[in-house]
Write a protein that binds this ligand. Structure first.
Ligand code: HAM
Length: 458
């Protein structure tokens, strides 16, 4: 009996001490990847401040009804993907699945309507969608989002699209903008009826998801990725032929601005976007995948197995949303904006090989022998850092051999060594890591001596 109890306890301890892992669909960003993140973030901050956008941070938690009334009650995001829960007072709360509704709420709540219009805002941060995890699709991901509120002019749509392009260009990414017009809600409703009729006659050929979409979210059938549904879409009636005249005019003017600014774009009648609030312009930013020359061969060997094509996903998307602010209690206010999926942008930078992310290479390693030397090195580290020298140290290693091995691994051109003798003499040894030559210099002169030597390595 006692034995049984003991073994149960052991089992329990084993279970609780089992190492814990990441939640499915979540991701750690490790220090070795952070350089890409910092680089892309810096480019974003510089670009948006140059163009007069103010940075805004809204809370991660908002009322669930905010997303129901904007993103859309029947959209995938609201029906299946939100992390929602009741807080202690029983209110339904959701972790933000996108920025736009929160930014619109802040615009109303802080009376931004009374500021000079339009108001231009951008934000960068984490979002949460309980999506099916796959490459480029996470449950926690980041967006760079930017919006122009209070401007119905087509030039605002063009500015958002131009900045999307410019951001990619600055990062060395080749992209094309796929663009469509969704018209105004009324003309779209008419079109949806026509589309429903078309797909109804072909219902049995649709995938299961599209069978549900047919009644709840018909437009989304147009961007289903299943081959069977895509084949049907090819001959479906096109939205652009059914939109109202004002929206057509608006669209033409947006395209004229884009032509002027030489943004590469393609008209794509199947872009409908997965959120309810859009009217008129809708667009997505697609990476242009160019295969390296050595992969292209005209002669195909008999046993040739084609490499699977990389999954081409939009790295960003957006559009106009003139009814959104009103839908959440504000005065009628036009809006247009877009968001980049930051993980996808980072992956595109890595794949492009045009990694311009600056990395500061370590220049000097500090090796210490003994407790007293360690204390002095502790202080010296800060002196060198302040003078701009990239310095590394490892206090957990005490032997000189181990420390020199580390310095070798870090590929520093110089190691500074401080032992008992140097401590007494107020000197220090500078070791050239390439040829092993060591020189003794005064401790007070170490910064200038190192700077002199490092100059020849620039
Ligand atoms: P969205 O198309 O839902 O639009 O998301 C924009 C981008 O976020 C996508 O193109 C994609 O790159 C990225 N993204 C979306 N879901 C995931 C995910 N699960 N994992 C990784 N990346 C993801 C919006 O969110 C709108 N609020 C954009 C907007 C701003 N429209 C007007 N203003």
């Amino acid at each position: 009996m006692v034995k049984k109890k003991q073994s149960k306890q052991v089992e329990k301890i084993k279970k609780t001490s089992k190492s814990l892992s990441l939640l499915r669909g979540f991701k750690d960003i490790l220090p070795e990847h952070m350089k890409y993140w910092q680089y892309a973030r810096n480019v974003a901050h510089e670009l948006f401040s140059d163009y007069g956008y103010g940075q805004i941070e809204t809370p991660i938690l908002e009322q669930t009804s905010l997303y129901k009334r904007t993103t859309g009650e029947h959209t995938d995001i609201v029906t299946k993907e939100m992390f929602s829960f009741q807080d202690r007072s029983g209110d339904s709360i959701s972790m933000r699945p996108e920025f736009t509704p929160g930014i619109a709420r802040a615009y109303i709540e802080h009376g931004m309507l009374n500021r000079p219009q339009p108001v231009k805002l951008y934000s960068l941060g984490p979002l949460f969608r309980y999506d099916r995890p796959q490459a480029g699709r996470y449950r926690q991901f980041h967006q760079l989002d930017f919006e122009i509120l209070g401007d119905e002019n087509p030039v605002a749509d063009a500015e958002i699209i131009f900045l999307s392009y410019l951001f990619c260009k600055k990062l060395g990414l080749d992209v094309v903008i796929q663009i469509n017009s969704l018209g105004q809600s009324e003309s779209r409703q008419e079109y949806i009826k026509i589309l429903k009729e078309y797909y109804k006659s072909k219902r049995r050929l649709l995938c299961d998801d599209c069978k549900t979409r047919l009644t709840k979210n018909t437009l989304r059938l147009l961007d289903c990725k299943e081959t069977g549904c895509q084949d049907l879409t090819q001959s479906a009636p096109q939205l652009i032929d059914h939109i109202d005249d004002d929206s057509k005019q608006h669209f033409v003017r947006v395209l004229e601005y884009l032509d002027e600014s030489e943004v590469p774009y393609e008209l794509n009648p199947y872009i409908v976007r997965g959120l309810d609030y859009y009217n008129r312009t809708a667009f997505e930013v697609m990476p242009v995948i160019t295969r390296p020359c050595d992969e292209i061969s005209l002669e195909v060997a008999p046993d040739f197995v084609p490499k699977p094509e990389p999954l081409v996903q939009a790295i960003g998307g957006g559009g106009r949303y003139d009814g959104l602010i009103e839908a959440i209690g504000g005065r009628p206010t036009a809006g247009v904006g877009m968001a980049f999926g930051f993980e996808r942008v980072i992956e595109a930078i890595r794949q492009s090989g045009k990694d311009k992310a600056p990395v500061k290479k370590p220049q000097v390693f500090l090796a210490q022998l003994g407790e007293e030397a360690a204390k002095r090195i502790f202080k010296l580290f800060e002196v060198l850092r302040e003078s701009g020298i990239q310095t590394r140290v490892n206090f957990s290693k005490s032997g000189l051999k181990q420390q020199l091995e580390l310095a070798d691994k870090l590929k520093v051109p110089y190691t500074v060594i401080l032992g008992q003798k140097e401590l007494l003499d107020d000197t220090i040894i500078i070791r050239d890591m390439e040829n092993g030559i060591q020189e003794v210099v005064d401790l007070s002169k170490v910064t200038e001596e190192l700077k002199k030597r490092l100059k020849s390595h620039e």
